[in-house]
Design a protein around this ligand. Sequence first.
Ligand SMILES: Nc1ncnc2c1ncn2[C@@H]1O[C@H](COP(=O)(O)OP(=O)(O)OP(=O)(O)O)[C@@H](O)[C@H]1O
Length: 456
Amino acid sequence: MANDILIVDDEADIRDLVAGILDDEGYKTRTARDSDSALAEIATRRPNLIFLDIWMQGSKLDGLQLLEQIKKDHADVPVVMISGHGNIETAVAAIKRGAYDFIEKPFKADRLVLVATRALENSRLKREVRELKQLAPASNTLVGKSPCMNQLRQTIDRAGKANSRILIVGPSGAGKELVARTLHNLSSRAGGPFVVINAATITPERMEVELFGVELADGETGRKAGALEEAHGGTLFIDEIADMPRETQNKILRVLVDQTFQRAGGTNKVNVDVRIISSTSRNLEAEIAEGRFREDLYHRLSVVPIRVPPLSERREDIPELVDYFMDQISSTTGLPKRRIGEDAMAVLQSHVWPGNVRQLRNNIERVMILAGGDPEATITADMLPQDVGSMIPAMPTGVNGEHIMGLSLREAREVFERDYLIAQISRFSGNISRTAEFVGMERSALHRKLKALGVG
Ligand SMILES: Nc1ncnc2c1ncn2[C@@H]1O[C@H](COP(=O)(O)OP(=O)(O)OP(=O)(O)O)[C@@H](O)[C@H]1O
């Protein structure tokens, strides 16, 4: 029952009035006359919302004390204070101590219903956010213990706390945005917004409106805030900064110099306090040399440069990333987590991954969707998406069907020699002398070799 409301007031008239109005709206109500009976009601079942009088005659605890007790035991239950005329200051004090809102006596039925609806809605949203966070466990975690990831984490730790501008450089899908979010979360701006703008996906014509917003002419109503304004008090992440048109580069430079700008079509100066983190997968020095990127802007943006290495430089992180993505995908989609066989992991670790961590994640998701069969069965190399194995030269499989990448060099060599010699012997219709001549071995040596390999 999501709409169970407890009304605590020493005056029976008020209790009945509030309960009557809320009952009419379809809520279920309970009432209590003092702190003891209120706590007893709460103990029998936690209400979804409490209306609480500030002054209660004959009550052990007054409204503020009871509020403190409730917040201690049930921090998530919204409490709306009922304040008498002249004790607004106390009501405000109550809000500071965690009350959601207050209504002042005498109140209108509309106001009461509105406050109740909002308080319940707010509490529902908070609960949903909490549940969603649990569903996607730590989706902001930078996974990987390779030396280069440890070093990256150290740099992030230091740079995150400083308020300086940061330029993140790295190939597509390597985790630049995740690094930017981590920097934001570590900074004193963590409670502020983190706004993302992708210069590669916005047309040059739209760029300024997206960044600076629009001011409408007199008579027109409304105003569209741009990314800079939305990020006030927080961080603006400009992805693929190299794709920003020259004209916008000039304007952004001005914002960096004096932290103010004008909206498109506007004359007012807008003041903002924004930390800019930008990223690029291109070589900005080369862009500067070719006149496509302003050097002075580069120096302003890149106070602290951070390099995110491609996945191919940290292959030892792949097993941990695979496990992490399996957990993540499994909890959001309900697909069962699968065991990855050694041979499949070897293929994943030897793949080139031009799309880096994003491509790895997509492939893991694809495997989980398409593998089918018994959820307990191990994923083998031949169950991986075709293009993942395709970077490895076509090679034979082992005696028991293992993928070549799961074998040691000695075993792999034996598998190869066996398959190679069987193919050659069959090509020469079983004639050992001709085979020996072709493969460049003595006849007797070939015989010994075939025996050792268990052929023939
Ligand atoms: N070290 C990591 N640990 C866990 N997840 C990661 C890691 N690196 C990247 N990811 C995940 O991989 C995906 C791609 O990362 P992200 O979007 O940060 O890359 P990017 O470099 O900003 O890509 P692009 O340049 O294409 O915008 C995201 O889902 C991100 O959460």
